[in-house]
Design a protein around this ligand. Structure first.
Ligand code: NAD
Length: 370
């Protein structure tokens, strides 16, 4: 009996997790039954007919819940009333931050996989939704900053005078930060970047930006390449250095995160108040509490003539591009899961599983129970 997968629309998010091209591979290559909600691709001008041609069947939301073994969506979009016991959910649930939203899955004996928990290894690269979305968010952050900022990015030498290039400071040089640097450099900006990880320095410099360093960072071999929280002394030194660089920046793009923790506070109110009027801050860590003391997720704030835009899912503003990448990520995961499901210790499935049939399996939650 082939598995039935239901694809849901995500209210308030124009991104779609599976496009007709990948649905065709699911029904053909993987021989899965696919149900989809009418209008699934309407935010991307994709007709239901394209999903039907790919072999999927159009069903109401209610019927999808009733008839699917697995439900895929971008994030949490379900109410308890809708859920059927024992179903499997695949999405980007940000469970370490939104743990309060997990109770309904538990009550319904659900099995839940969250793609944002996949390790950042070569094996998981094709399913790495964090990298896909971070890369687009970094690009979009620069485009947004360019729109809001009242100056120009490159140097202009004209008969009427010279306009100096914009100065941009990027905080956090991971996937989003590096894409922001590359985009800003292409537009002619002068870019500085800071990251606690020394290894980011080489990548920053290779993109033509200056790397700002604070001495004394302690790396952790167990952190899988991610940043770890630092000593108070280091944080103090870092704050001072960043403060001094913020003063001379016209635009700050902050992307610094520590998985499962509140985002590090890097831009204090005093720094914002010392910036030039007209400066712009884009805070991509806003959902995790923000890198800027004043930012609020999905809000634009004006503080002392500095515009602060907090947004952690800017990729949703370019939904066609985002959906193309997501669709490949989701397809790769479903294909991988189908093959590896029988192996109890598979590294990717173990890492991305939050719970199995209502029982916590992810160490973050099983530890809390001890
Ligand atoms: P992230 O979103 O967790 O954080 C963004 C950046 O913020 C990181 O570079 C981090 O070091 C930095 N940061 C954290 N605290 C900071 C602070 N106090 N001040 C300044 N910067 C701070 O990171 P990410 O973009 O998801 O990347 C995480 C790691 O995973 C990186 O090492 C990246 O190279 C690696 N990665 C590997 C693969 C792969 O396939 N092998 C794919 C993607 C990412």
């Amino acid at each position: 009996q082939p598995n039935t997968i239901g694809i849901l629309k995500t209210p308030n998010d124009p991104r779609v997790c599976l496009l007709p091209k990948e649905v065709k591979r699911l029904t053909g290559e993987l021989k899965l039954n696919i149900l989809f909600e009418p209008g699934l691709g309407s935010s991307l001008q994709i007709d239901d007919a394209e999903y039907l041609q790919a072999g999927a069947i159009s069903k109401s939301r209610e019927s999808i819940f009733k008839n699917s073994d697995t439900i895929v969506s971008i994030n949490h979009t379900f109410s308890e009333v809708e859920m059927k016991g024992g179903c499997c959910f695949i999405g980007i649930f940000n469970p370490l931050f939104h743990d309060s939203k997990l109770a309904i899955y538990q009550k319904n004996s659900a099995t839940v996989y969250s793609l944002d928990l996949l390790p950042r290894t070569t094996l998981a690269q094709s399913m790495d939704v964090l990298s896909s979305m971070a890369s687009l968010a970094g690009y979009r952050a620069v485009i947004k900053a360019a729109e809001v900022y009242n100056g120009v990015f490159p140097m202009f030498t004209t008969a009427a005078g010279t306009l100096t290039p914009v100065k941009i400071l990027v905080l956090g040089a991971g996937v989003a930060g590096l894409q922001a640097i590359a985009t800003a450099r292409r537009l002619g900006a002068v870019v500085e970047a800071f990251d606690v990880r020394k290894s980011a320095g080489e990548e920053v410099r290779s993109l033509g930006a200056t790397f700002i360093e604070v001495e004394g960072y302690t790396e952790s071999a167990n952190a899988g390449g991610y940043a770890v929280e630092q000593s108070e002394e280091y944080q103090k030194k870092q704050k001072e250095l960043i403060h001094n660089h913020i003063l001379t920046a016209n635009i700050v793009i902050s992307t610094a995160n520590i998985p499962g923790r509140k985002a590090p506070l890097l831009i204090e109110t005093r720094s914002v108040e010392a910036m030039q009027p007209g400066s712009v801050i884009i805070d991509l860590a806003a959902e995790q509490g923000g890198n800027c003391e004043l930012s609020k997720n999905k809000e634009i704030i004006n503080h002392n003539e500095v515009t602060i835009l907090g947004h952690s899912s800017l990729s949703a503003e370019i939904p066609a591009a985002a959906s193309k990448l997501l669709s490949n990520n989701y397809f790769s995961f479903i294909k991988y899961k189908q093959k590896a499901e029988d192996q109890p210790d598979d590294p990717l499935l173990t890492a991305s599983q939050i719970m199995k049939e209502g029982q916590w399996t992810h160490p973050h939650f099983t530890k809390q129970l001890q």
